[in-house]
Design a binder for this molecule. Structure first.
Ligand SMILES: Nc1ncnc2c1ncn2[C@@H]1O[C@H](COP(=O)(O)OP(=O)(O)OP(=O)(O)O)[C@@H](O)[C@H]1O
Ligand SMILES: [Mg+2]
Length: 284
């Protein structure tokens, strides 16, 4: 069978300008099923790019395609229905008097029947483990809970792609684990593709399939995280823990040292069937 690579989103030489900031010649593709991380320092243009794809901001030039269609005024609603955008700040996303009403807003807009709305809202809130908060006002939720309810609101629209703007920001480590579990379940069961932004180096290194690194509105690296994170230019663009340690211990120095793994195991000599212990020392 011939292998077919499907690109869900394609940007080609996209340019955009605010008064003091430019997106310059940005091109990349989002593949079906992947977890692509847009990374870069504060103000490097990550959120701007997500908004450009959804036509919430109008590009100055270049081509943006979603699901093979060029994104324009005419089809922006069709495209936004299939791409769930989790805003960086959940307070910009939640507005209804209760969690349930908030999540029901999208499905109602899609003119689903009352029964369908109930089913999908319950499913979405269960997926993010927030069903028990259904009667609570979103304003009273914690930051992490607000993010989950906002995510449920998006899921209730049954999107094909999730745009997650800083989903892990402000979460404690237990909440990061919870969110990862939720997202992995959704990827498995709903076949979702994820384009996300993050400053979390652990997530960049271990969860992203591919990274795109932005600096002042231009792409300086696109590829796998492992190679990218080793490059001095990228380290400079996103910072490192080493830089931070140097401030905490100004006189100290960071060094690497070799270490040894030792393990022991039992084995049998067949000549005399006597068992004894011995040691292997591995140097790596
Ligand atoms: N509405 C606006 N008007 C003018 N400039 C803006 C506007 N929105 C964003 N900018 C500027 O555009 C640049 C990129 O902003 P953007 O929000 O895309 O950065 P980001 O990479 O998402 O940063 P962060 O990691 O802090 O979320 C910043 O310099 C910002 O000040
Ligand atoms: Mg941002």
């Amino acid at each position: 069978m011939k292998y077919k690579m499907t690109f869900l989103i394609e940007l080609n030489n996209v340019n955009f300008e605010y008064d003091n900031f430019k997106i310059s010649n940005v091109s990349f593709k989002l593949k079906e099923g992947e977890k692509l991380a847009l990374i870069g320092a504060n103000g490097s243009g990550k959120t701007t790019i997500l908004k450009l794809i959804l036509n919430l901001l109008k590009r100055k030039s270049g081509i943006i395609k979603a699901f093979g269609l060029e994104v324009n005024k005419k089809n922006e609603w069709e495209i936004r229905k299939k791409i769930g955008f989790l805003f960086q700040n959940p307070d910009d996303q939640l507005f209804a008097p209760t969690v349930w009403e908030d999540v029901a807003f999208g499905p109602r807009n899609l003119k689903m029947s009352q029964k369908e709305v109930e089913i999908v809202v319950e499913w979405a809130l269960k997926s993010v483990k927030m069903l028990k908060y259904k009667n609570v006002s979103p304003v009273n939720l914690s930051w992490g809970q607000k993010k989950l309810v906002a995510l449920a609101g998006i899921l209730a629209m049954k999107p094909k792609i999730l745009f997650l703007d800083e989903p892990f920001a402000n979460l404690d480590m237990l909440a990061v684990k919870e969110l990862l579990e939720i997202l992995e379940n959704l990827r498995k069961n709903e076949n979702l593709t994820i384009l996300f932004t993050t400053h979390n180096h652990f997530i960049i290194q271990y969860w992203a399939d591919r990274i795109i690194v932005l600096k002042n509105g231009t792409i300086i690296y696109e590829g796998n995280p492992e190679d990218g994170l080793k490059l001095p230019e990228i380290k400079k663009a996103i910072g490192t823990w080493d830089d931070i340690i140097k401030i905490i211990y100004p006189g100290g120095e960071i060094h690497e040292h070799p270490h040894i793994h030792i393990h022991s195991h039992k084995h049998i000599h067949y000549s005399d069937l006597e068992s004894h212990e011995h040691k292997h020392d591995n140097f790596d």
